[in-house]
Design a protein around this ligand. Structure first.
Ligand code: B12
Length: 209
């Protein structure tokens, strides 16, 4: 399985696909290939990105390699075979079109076992609210990259509170202009400065549930 782990870390799509097929044909359980190969690889990528040893394009290649491997392995799984750590709705707030960082957070959370509902960019408080009704997530992730759209985070938090939707869901925030202090001020449950820390944050918020 070492080769598969290494290939995910290196973002070598072809090698990940070949290695996944080799393990399948030698009879290894697809769930083990996912956990000990693909996820194990992304578990190395997350901390390396956080510590600055890996950069955005490399993380994207690793994630692509992982998802190509998943495509093959998933066909051998039943729908409820994959364990889920929790459900996360994530989106960039209204008026803001930046999504590179938010998508990285989504990718790393997904590779850590969370089910992700990515609402995209320019997401209004009403759309977040609808997503809570529809998907019943454990966590909502709000992203903003503009100082002018940071206040949309507050509007979203306030809107969800008004609608009585805060009881079973934690709200986390992130994005370059956002800080832990701002996040606390607007009443969110947590803040993370990067995708690696976002995983730790979600794990700790859901553990305390
Ligand atoms: C790429 C980019 C764009 C692209 C976006 C493409 C895309 N699909 O995302 C385009 C060209 C569209 C764009 C447009 C604009 N941009 Co722009 N853009 C950038 C740029 C260069 C990089 C942002 C980025 O992707 N960083 C890389 C990612 C990996 O980092 P990140 O986003 O910070 O994400 C990490 C963390 O913040 C965190 N995180 C992010 N989201 C979340 C969410 C959660 C829940 C959590 C926990 C963590 C988390 O984890 C991520 C991964 O580690 C920045 C400058 C910069 N260096 O930041 C300017 C910047 C953000 N843009 C800026 C501006 C002004 C604009 C425009 C207004 C320009 C214009 N006049 O048209 C428009 C606004 C459009 C709009 N309505 O949103 C300013 C913002 C200034 C400010 N303080 O408000 C910046 C800072 C540039 C500058 N120095 O002036 N932009």
């Amino acid at each position: 399985m070492d080769l598969l782990v290494k290939s995910v870390v290196e973002g070598n799509v072809q090698q990940v696909v070949e290695s996944s097929k080799t393990h399948l044909s030698s009879g290894v359980d697809p769930l083990d290939i996912i956990a000990d190969g693909l996820v194990a690889g992304m578990n190395i990528v997350g901390p390396r990105f956080k510590s600055g040893e890996m950069y955005v394009p490399e993380v994207i290649m690793s994630a692509k390699a992982m998802s190509e491997g998943m495509k093959i392995l998933k066909t051998f799984l039943k729908d409820d075979d994959l364990p889920s750590e929790g459900k996360i709705v994530i989106g960039t707030v209204k008026g803001d079109l930046h999504d590179i960082g938010k998508n990285l957070v989504a990718i790393l959370l997904e590779s850590s076992g969370y089910k992700i509902i990515n609402l995209g960019v320019d997401v209004s408080p009403e759309e977040f609210s609808e997503a809570v009704h529809e998907h019943q997530p454990d966590v909502i992730g709000l992203s903003a990259l503009l100082t002018t759209t940071m206040m949309e985070m507050k509007n979203t938090v306030d809107y969800l509170s008004e609608k009585g939707l805060r009881n079973n869901v934690k709200i986390i925030t992130g994005g370059a202009p956002v800080s832990a202090a701002f996040s606390r001020e607007i009443g969110a449950d947590g803040y993370a400065s990067d995708a690696g820390s976002a995983i730790e944050l979600v794990q700790s918020l859901l553990k305390n549930d």
